[in-house]
Design a protein around this ligand. Structure first.
Ligand code: MV4
Length: 452
């Protein structure tokens, strides 16, 4: 029985996990870098261990120090959150070796799904639709070009050790291929120490749809519907919503069953996400599996009423899912806007600094996940996400109207934010009409600036 959880993370997700533990009567241990000593997660946890200086490599990524803090405080489980060590199979294996419950899938599954070309092969063998492309990984540019020529352009070159947009390149025609392939594999070697590549047909004007999965240790696997994450800038999600404007009940059933088959093929356990690309003819293809809780998990919680962090801890505790697929009901519509400490007018340059004034909106169907407080100094060392603004209402139009209101009410002074840019997206005709695909934000940014 898990009695004390160490949260190996910081910011709003650490606060979210602490809250879930508190509701479950589980004690919490926070870790923090020296610059985060006064951060909200460090204040809210029952115990806090400072494990190093500001830089992540000397603190939040230091597996030895995190495990020492876990053993020293007598925590029996670690929740990794997202980012940092959440998809590091070596860390999951070390937890197991130290007899500490890692709240997530096994190291083997993290490894297998983290190798994107291996994951693709696993899905092919399980009959899960994948984008037409190479079955085996490729290393040699000339051979890769031969395969790309046969496939037809445009194609996407992807790094097997990449994911989430890292190590990817879109190649429009053959003459550019060799150069692009050699650059991409060199980058992959430098960034991931692994230049294993694979190639897929590039699906233009696609939607990025991900299905939330919950699986226990007894073979029970359910899906909790989808999230449309097509509104992204440089592979950083900006707005997520559930359900997707583009998916009706019939398609949801088909994609949901496919997501479950994909999770079973991966021997998945705990919370995970199956990522699909949906093309304009409503064909969908497996792209990747994310073996962690995601930033945007809250919109799924708002439309299903299921607390995903609580379910993660229950599954890690060896409990069976107490929800069947028939119990899962998607009610209404939820939208999340990520508020970042950044300046869109300066090419989204990060804007750390002292929050001199703060006002959070509220009201029916409004959820704020944040670690901000007035007087908090946002450090420059970590990612710029500071508030997750979520709304829920009975349909998409009402949810958009509600999001307009909360974006207008939110006040964060002392730093720059992307609140106004989010407001522009939420009010954009194409967004309102659901004419959304993965190129939406780049198109908006290319629009002439009407004099504001
Ligand atoms: C694709 C794709 C289209 N065709 N693969 C991007 C990151 C990772 N999650 C998978 N991604 C994509 N893979 C094929 N074969 C479109 C995306 C994609 C995307 C691509 C370019 C620019 C923005 C994007 C946002 C989401 C998904």
């Amino acid at each position: 029985m898990i009695k004390k959880v160490l949260i190996a993370n910081r910011g709003e997700i650490a606060v979210r996990i602490i809250r879930a533990c508190r509701e479950m009567g589980i004690n919490t241990v926070a870790i923090c870098s020296d610059i985060d000593k006064d951060a909200l997660h460090a204040q809210l946890a029952d115990e806090t261990v400072c494990i190093g200086p500001a830089s992540s490599k000397d603190s939040y990524l230091r597996m030895d120090r995190i495990l020492s803090a876990t053993l020293a405080t007598g925590a029996d489980a670690i929740h990794p959150g997202f980012g940092f060590l959440s998809e590091n199979s070596k860390f999951a294996a070390l937890c197991k070796k130290c007899n500490i419950t890692f709240i997530g899938p096994s190291a083997e599954v993290i490894d297998k799904m983290g190798n994107k070309s291996e994951a693709r092969k696993t899905m092919m063998d399980a009959g899960v639709p994948v984008v037409p492309g190479t079955k085996e990984p490729v290393f040699q540019a000339d051979y890769a070009k031969k395969l790309a020529d046969e496939m037809g352009y445009p194609v996407m070159i992807k790094a097997s050790a990449g994911g989430g947009g890292k190590g990817m390149r879109i190649v429009e025609s053959g003459e550019d291929f060799i150069n692009q392939f050699e650059t991409a594999s060199r980058e992959a070697k430098n960034s991931f120490g692994d230049d294993t590549m694979y190639i897929e047909k590039y699906i233009k004007s696609a939607k990025h749809i991900e299905f939330q999965i919950l699986a226990d240790n007894y073979g029970n696997v359910i899906h909790l519907g989808e999230r449309d994450c097509s509104i992204q800038r440089r592979h950083q999600k900006m707005i997520e919503e559930s359900p997707s404007f583009a998916i009706d009940d019939e398609l949801r059933k088909k994609m949901g069953e496919t997501a479950i088959s994909a999770a079973k093929a991966a021997n998945y356990c705990n919370a995970g996400t199956i990522e699909f690309i949906l093309d304009q003819d409503n064909n969908f293809y497996f792209i990747e599996m994310n073996t962690r809780i995601q930033v945007e998990h809250g919109v799924t919680e708002m439309v299903t009423g299921i607390d995903l962090i609580r379910e993660q801890i229950r599954v890690a505790n060896g409990e069976k899912l107490n929800i069947t697929q028939e119990d899962v009901k998607i009610t209404g519509h939820s939208i999340e806007c990520r508020i970042n400490a950044e300046n869109p007018a300066k090419n989204f340059m990060p804007s750390p600094g002292l929050v001199t004034a703060l006002h959070f909106p509220g009201g029916n169907g409004v959820r704020i996940d944040s670690a901000l407080f007035a007087g908090y100094r946002i450090p420059a060392n970590y990612d710029s996400l500071v508030v997750k603004l979520m709304v829920h209402d009975s349909n998409r139009e009402l949810a958009i109207q509600k999001m307009r209101g909360v974006l207008g009410e939110l006040v964060i002074e002392g730093i720059d934010t992307n609140i106004d840019f989010q407001y522009k997206i939420i009010n954009h005709n194409d967004f309102i009409k659901g004419n959304i695909d993965t190129g939406f934000v780049e198109r908006i940014l290319a629009e002439p600036k009407n004099n504001e």
